[in-house]
Write a protein that binds this ligand. Structure first.
Ligand SMILES: [Zn+2]
Length: 238
């Protein structure tokens, strides 16, 4: 069965003073029999130098295992088209990362244009903010495909995220760093079609995160959707 990791960080991190190299990602993929890897820049790197998006794209053109996503800058520039990007990463826009959302962003007159452009581009956006912020954002769009990382763990309680978005067909979740029990609860409540496997390297390991999904008490067909088919459908990957 094909396996795609839908969430990893590539390149240098300014705040952590480390780097995730291509070799490291390929090593973990080989160890775990993962076929392809979604990559996007570290937030601290993207905020320091937006050019990292271009360098990441160059690397993905060189290394065919990689599926490049665009880090959406604080100017709220939508994902550039025609460059081979497959998605975007929205990360605590102008807020305090992993801790608090900046609600003024929701009042920014540029937000409407960003959402409208992103709906047309029709690529998914991994969207990380507090629950209340995410709810307001999602209410502003019908079709934009929003992927909530970690089942919402860093933006609040995953179960609250689950109830807030269970009937929103355009909202997806990734499994990175979430507990197996919570992943199972999500599958039981919303089905398997909106759940994606992700490792969040370097914060998780591909091997451990994959074993977590493989050991869920669900059928292999369901695992295959979570491990690759849902993402392929989402980003139009053959
Ligand atoms: Zn991450």
């Amino acid at each position: 069965m094909e396996i795609i990791d839908s969430h990893t960080h590539w390149g240098p991190s300014v705040s952590m003073g480390t780097e995730v190299t291509t070799e490291e990602l390929l090593r973990q993929a080989e160890q775990s029999n993962v076929d392809r890897i979604v990559i996007f820049p570290f937030p601290s790197m993207a905020l320091a130098d937006e050019g990292i998006n271009e360098r990441l794209l160059d690397e993905a053109n060189r290394v065919k295992t990689f599926i490049p996503y665009y880090y959406i800058p604080e100017t709220m520039k939508p994902i550039p088209e025609g460059k081979g990007l497959y998605g975007g990463k929205w990360h605590w826009m102008r807020g305090i990362q992993d801790s608090s959302s900046n609600y003024q962003v929701l009042e920014d007159p540029k937000l409407g244009g960003f959402i409208e452009a992103s709906e047309k581009i029709d690529l998914p956006i991994i969207f990380e903010e507090e629950l209340a912020f995410t709810e307001t954002f999602v209410r502003k769009t019908k079709n934009l495909k929003v992927i909530i990382p970690h089942l919402g763990m860093l933006g609040g309680n995953p179960i609250n995220f689950l109830h807030a978005f269970k009937s929103r067909e355009n909202v997806y979740f990734d499994t990175a760093l979430a507990s197996p029990d919570t992943v199972l609860k999500f599958i039981e409540t919303i089905g398997h079609e909106r759940i994606l496997f992700g490792s969040d390297i370097p914060f998780g390991s591909m091997k451990w995160e994959l074993e977590k999904v493989l050991s869920l008490p669900v059928g292999d067909d369901i695992k295959e959707w979570i491990l690759s088919k849902n993402l392929k459908r989402l980003i139009g990957l053959k």
